[in-house]
Design a protein around this ligand. Sequence first.
Ligand code: ZN
Length: 414
Amino acid sequence: MRAWKRPDVPQLDGDGRPPVLYDTATRQLVEARPEDVARLYVCGITPYDATHLGHAATYLAFDTLQRVWLDAGYRVHYAQNITDIDDPLLERAAATGVDWRRLADEQIELFRRDMESLSILPPDDYVAVTEVIDQIGRATRLLVDRGLAYRVDDDIYFDNAAAQEAAPWVLGEESSLDRATMLALFAERGGDPERPGKRDALDPLLWRGRREGEPSWPSEAGEGRPGWHIECSVIALMHLGRDFTVQGGGSDLVFPHHEMSAGHAAALSGHPLARVYSHAGMVAYRGEKMSKSLGNLVLVSRLREAGVEARVIRLALLSHHYRADWEWYDDAIDEASTRLEAWSAVLAGERTASLGAEPAREERAVVDRMRAALRNDLDTPEALRVVDTWVATHPSAVSDLVPSACEALLGIRI
Ligand code: ZN
């Protein structure tokens, strides 16, 4: 599927050092060092409602990761899915009387515009589930043939216990959750622990057999539609291959989605899904996690319509560490606007007056400090403070290095 327009990323003279990232699976900081190409997968949207700041913060975190890799001289191969067929989408379509395909198309287009306005780097492979039904059906059939999946009526479930015997994957290893918590989260996030006939309550659905009144497709797994987790396993294996560099997403995806996707991919390929599992924190508003189901959303598109500049939204989001859970307050816009004005007052002059000149030692030192902050688990708040200090000391820059670094590393073009 078409993604969105790629923003310019100036290439500075980098020093080739990859970032250190917090890995959910091992619960420690690890070096996210690509072999030659950095391969990144970030779970995409279910297109039934507009992009809120929680989504934007997640995609911005992995945009920052890509900018750090690019700055270090790595090529990046980035893939993202769109869950354009799933229960929440069908439920919303039924509730609003809109055809599910139309709802999905409209919301995907709105998401593209939001991402483009925020200068988020687009995926190289942007893949909707409805584009890979055949491949998912084939993968499901393969798991049945290998004895790692089984039928309950017309539906097909992944056999967690059998897969743990056969594949390099252990349920609960990534999330470090006990079984009671896993059961609760599984029920809350699209699972069906109570379904009679399953071998284990936590076995996830791979393929949902055809139901009257629901969209379905013919496939090697029978007539029906894919379950949730298998789509990401299949899309990631197709486009990035096995054992890729970083699997990313919001922290609400750690369990069951990322664990199950990793289990399916390991069962299909015989290798781990990814090397590092990285998760962005949740954004709250008015005391609760921002979510479609609670309805307490601050939408990127609404802010833009209200005249808030995309760079201001971006700076407001970057002022929080990606891994933290934090709360959005409406005055964040004012703070970010003040910061952007202060930066612009100094950096705009540097950008135009000194183009092409050799940077001074102080300018290189500022960029080194920005890089060090971002390499350290994407510490954007610290990188912003480095620029704040530079701007506040009213430097006499001789080159355009600092504004170029703001654009390359933070996506803020002055
Ligand atoms: Zn996913």
